[in-house]
Design a protein around this ligand. Structure first.
Ligand code: NAD
Length: 484
């Protein structure tokens, strides 16, 4: 914790991707900045980076990389003519590797803060009014009040608790605990087949768990393009994830070492016994204990901090960014962009965010990524569109890499050829989507993408070929046999 001063140009509350990036940009712009964050690691030390770094995307991706290697060694080696014996997994070591990655990245944020002379405060912060924040150190030593010309709220979100499945973090666990287990549960039940449920299912399936997913909605993954969702469903179930759709969990009963889950679907009531039950039923904004009642800051009907299109709250000079607002989806990179946007606004520069071009990624294997609009949304508004698709299995590089699954789908406007949406399932989808986002940000047409030279052989050629297929001129697939 840095030495506390009484006045700042900006106080940022929360050091997740939205908050820490905002603090850095404020300091770069010459503003005297403090960042208050209450996250403590298991050594009771401050760990900057918020959920994303400490208990979200970063640990999930670190564990997925380890799980992929284990799976590869067990299932893929012989095809390459490689033989390995006595393969075993030490999940505690896997967790230590993951924890080391978190520590390294969190320390890098500290270094950047120090470089920019950002005051770092390990404490619980409460907004008292438009210019004052109460600081209560995590060791509960005496509180103090700091003043700021501008305040940025960036406290993120936390898992929604289901009354029917109270978390004890032994048998019924949340996503944080699911990223720290010291062994693979024999049978893991998951409530919610959303992004978090799927990412964790993918990790633990590869590490040997039997997975049963209970999803209240009848339709699987409603956010991506439905053609991609159908393909994802096919691949995940083929990998052994058992999906029970239209299955709403009603109650849970804990036994000595197992949980019995009662759920209802169109056929009636059912019971499922699992060794652990993960609740991944959505997240809610962290506003609890953040705002003094006298502050009169308005929340919306869903508990998010009410903001205008410039992330301004109902109090002058108080902004809210990231998962705390309902502007756009709960994504780390949305928060990052808002952090920069608000910092620049405070410094007098206005560079608005294009929320229509936020790439979305589901970090499973294969990955799912998309940017722009879905075919279903465009048809619903009567837009005239063209669709180009290309299966990854038809790309030379895919064969060399042993990838047979996945596809790219490009949607353009029927008359102008403007790219309206790009949807990908497959290896490196999270990287490929950047090209699509860039093309759309620069108002490229499908033909622009088709005329852009892509290195051969690469996975990115699938994007090129999908663009060619808009005018039925794919090169590496006979026209008429495209994935649909
Ligand atoms: P989600 O809303 O995506 O999925 C939760 C699912 O749980 C829903 O489909 C819902 O129908 C289901 N559900 C709720 N109650 C249920 C019940 N009683 N029985 C059965 N099913 C039930 O929420 P999430 O997966 O927890 O993710 C939360 C947020 O965090 C999302 O906005 C997500 O985009 C974001 N996030 C993004 C990433 C990423 O970008 N890769 C990673 C993690 C989280």
């Amino acid at each position: 914790m840095s030495k506390l001063q009484s006045h700042y140009d900006v106080v940022v509350i929360g050091a997740g991707p939205a908050g820490y990036v905002s603090a850095i940009r404020c300091a770069q712009l010459g503003l005297k900045t403090a960042c208050v964050d209450n996250w403590s690691n298991n050594k009771r030390q401050s760990s900057l980076g918020g959920t994303y770094l400490n208990a979200g995307c970063v640990p999930a991706i670190a564990l997925l990389e380890s799980a992929k290697i284990y799976h590869l060694l067990n299932h893929e080696l012989s095809r390459h003519g490689i033989h390995a014996e006595n393969i075993s997994v030490d999940i505690s070591q896997m967790m230590r590797r993951k924890d080391k990655i978190i520590e390294t990245l969190s320390n890098k944020i500290v270094d950047i803060f120090n470089h920019h002379k950002i005051t770092r405060i390990h404490a619980q912060a409460k907004l008292l009014n438009a210019c004052e924040v109460e600081i209560t150190p995590v060791d509960h030593s005496s509180s103090s009040i700091i003043k700021a010309k501008n305040i940025i709220l960036a406290t993120g979100s936390s898992p929604i608790c289901l009354p029917c499945a109270p978390i004890d973090n032994e048998l019924i666990i949340d996503s944080t605990t699911a990223l720290s287990l010291d062994s693979a549960p024999k049978k893991l039940g998951i409530i919610g087949a959303g992004v978090i449920g799927l990412e964790l299912a993918c990790i633990w399936k590869k590490l040997g768990s039997e997975i049963v997913m209970l999803e209240a909605q009848e339709n699987f993954l409603t956010l991506p393009d439905q053609q991609i969702s159908r393909e994802a469903y096919r691949i995940y179930t083929q990998q052994g994830l058992e999906m029970r759709l239209g299955a709403r969990v009603i109650s849970t009963k804990k036994g000595h070492k197992k949980v019995t889950v009662e759920y209802q679907d169109s056929e009636g009531l059912h019971c499922l016994r699992v060794d652990k039950l993960l609740v991944a039923s959505g997240r809610k904004p962290n506003t609890e204990n953040l705002i003094a009642a006298e502050a009169n800051l308005m929340l919306d009907e869903n508990g998010f901090v009410h903001v205008d299109e410039n992330c301004r709250t109902t109090l002058p000079s108080v902004y809210a960014i990231g998962d705390l607002t309902s502007l756009g989806p709960m994504l780390a990179h949305k928060g990052i962009e808002e952090g920069v946007f608000v910092a620049e606004q405070i410094a007098g520069v206005h560079n608005p965010i294009n929320y229509d071009l936020l790439p979305c990624v589901i970090y499973t294997e294969p990955e799912v990524a998309w940017v722009g609009q879905t075919e279903q949304a465009l048809r619903a508004i009567g837009e005239r569109i063209k669709i180009g698709t290309f299966p990854l299995s038809a790309a030379a590089r895919s064969h060399a890499m042993g990838i047979s699954e996945g596809m790219v789908k490009i949607i353009t406007h029927a008359e102008t050829d403007a790219i309206l949406g790009v949807h990908i399932i497959g290896a490196h989808a999270s990287e490929l989507i950047a090209e699509a986002a860039l093309a759309m940000e620069f108002s490229a047409s499908g033909e622009d993408l088709a005329r852009t030279i892509h290195a051969h052989p690469t996975i990115s050629e699938a994007l090129h070929e999908a663009a060619l297929s808009l005018e039925k001129r794919t090169l590496h697939l006979p026209v008429g046999t495209l994935a649909s």
